[in-house]
Design a protein around this ligand. Structure first.
Ligand code: A3P
Length: 372
């Protein structure tokens, strides 16, 4: 102000002119202050809204993963707000999974991590009734493994729906986590090896195998539990009521010819991408088999014997969800069923039938499973 008055004096301005200059200066200062204040308020409001959006997206209740998907792979759900990225993965944005509500994911977002849905890099492809569910439940104890909850059957039943549909059934993962899926019928379905290869040539394949005779009985037991008037196992496993000719067209028998199916997979994948898990050992020593799986997947050995205990009532190993031995959990009652009594002569005949196929399988895998 002093400067202005000196300047005015120097210019010999009248006191009226001086007053005008003063008023104009004050007006300019006032307008500039108001403008800046408005600008700051607007920036701060925008920031607040964006934070709130993030928070809302993480606390909105989850929706079912099984929402309707159009055949072209686009989601028909209006509430999903995930987006597809250029690499084909799908970004986590809002309420399309229960993950969204979990504090873990809120924390991840606060740390600037972006959970994505990715296609699986590892598949449990079979074999049905060999312990595939146990394997999945055990390996998913690992914090770096995330798996689709139910069997997706993409490569055998829903292939025409496309990879986008498949990816949408995968859980959200963050960098460093493995996406996994289990559908045991993949192992025996003719078209599947080529289709998996087409998705990703580096897919890692986990295969649980068990003595094919026990496996056939387990398969039969499951089928019989759903059908009251099922014939006896012995009647179905052999042709013409005698034990001389094995019915190789009967599913429970056919699936046990592992070598035949494995040969198809080996046309598309090197043995180094396949890991065979002994179904028998998965029961006797789950920590050992899970150790092998973690090594194969390049994971730190986090799941150890501390996670397992033998449940005498169930007659099978059950698990603790954490090393701290909290939340004991056994597989459901459809796993570990009592098998019906089968004529020992029928069992012996089946063993004889499988022997050459088993030997072929040992030769292909380089592992002697020592089935009787
Ligand atoms: P049974 O029910 O005939 O005994 P899948 O999950 O591939 O369908 O395999 C089912 C089989 O897994 C069961 O067959 C059971 O023998 C075996 N299994 C392995 N570990 C198990 C566990 N910890 N609890 C229950 N069943 C287990």
């Amino acid at each position: 102000m002093l400067g202005i008055s000196i300047w005015c004096t120097n210019l010999n301005l009248s006191s009226r002119s001086l007053a005008i200059v003063l008023i104009v200066t004050l007006a300019l200062v006032y307008f500039s202050y108001s403008f800046n204040a408005c600008l700051l308020a607007s920036i701060s409001r925008t920031l607040q809204q964006s934070n709130l959006r993030n928070l809302l997206s993480l606390t909105t209740p989850p929706q079912s993963q099984d929402k309707t998907i159009a055949l072209n792979g686009s989601s028909t759900s209006s509430s999903s707000s995930s987006t597809t990225n250029r690499d084909g993965s799908e970004s986590f944005f809002s309420n399309s999974t229960s993950d969204g509500a979990s504090p873990k994911y809120q924390l991840l977002r606060q740390q600037g991590l972006r959970p994505l849905r990715n296609l699986p890099s590892t598949l449990i492809i079979g074999v049905k009734k060999s312990g595939t569910r146990a394997l999945l439940e055990f390996i998913r104890l690992h914090p770096d493994v995330r798996a689709a909850g139910s069997e997706v059957h993409f490569f055998d039943r829903h292939y025409q729906r496309g990879l986008r549909w498949y990816r949408h059934h995968m859980p959200y993962t963050i960098e460093g986590q493995i996406t996994m899926e289990k559908t045991p019928s993949y192992f025996v379905t003719k078209e599947v090896p080529q289709r998996v290869h087409h998705m990703n040539v580096s897919t890692k394949l986990l295969i649980v195998v068990r003595d094919p005779v026990t496996r056939a009985i387990s398969d039969y037991t499951q089928a019989a539990s759903k059908k009251a008037d099922m014939k006896r196992f012995e009647q179905l496993a052999f042709v013409n009521g005698s034990y001389s000719v094995v019915d190789t067209n009967w599913g429970p028998v056919k699936i046990g010819v592992y070598a035949r199916y494995l040969e198809r997979w080996l046309l598309y994948f090197p043995l180094s991408q396949l890991l065979f898990i002994s179904g028998e050992r998965l029961i006797m020593d789950p920590a050992y088999e899970i150790g092998r799986v973690q090594d194969f997947l390049g994971l730190k050995r986090v799941v150890t014997e501390k996670h397992f205990y033998f449940n005498a009532t169930k007659g099978f190993p059950c698990l603790f969800k954490s090393e701290a031995r909290s939340t004991p959990h056994c597989l459901g009652k459809t796993k570990g069923r009592n098998h019906p009594h089968i004529d020992p002569n029928a069992i012996e005949r089946l063993r004889e039938f499988y022997r050459p196929f088993n030997n072929k399988f040992y030769q292909l895998t380089g592992i002697n499973f020592a089935w009787p």
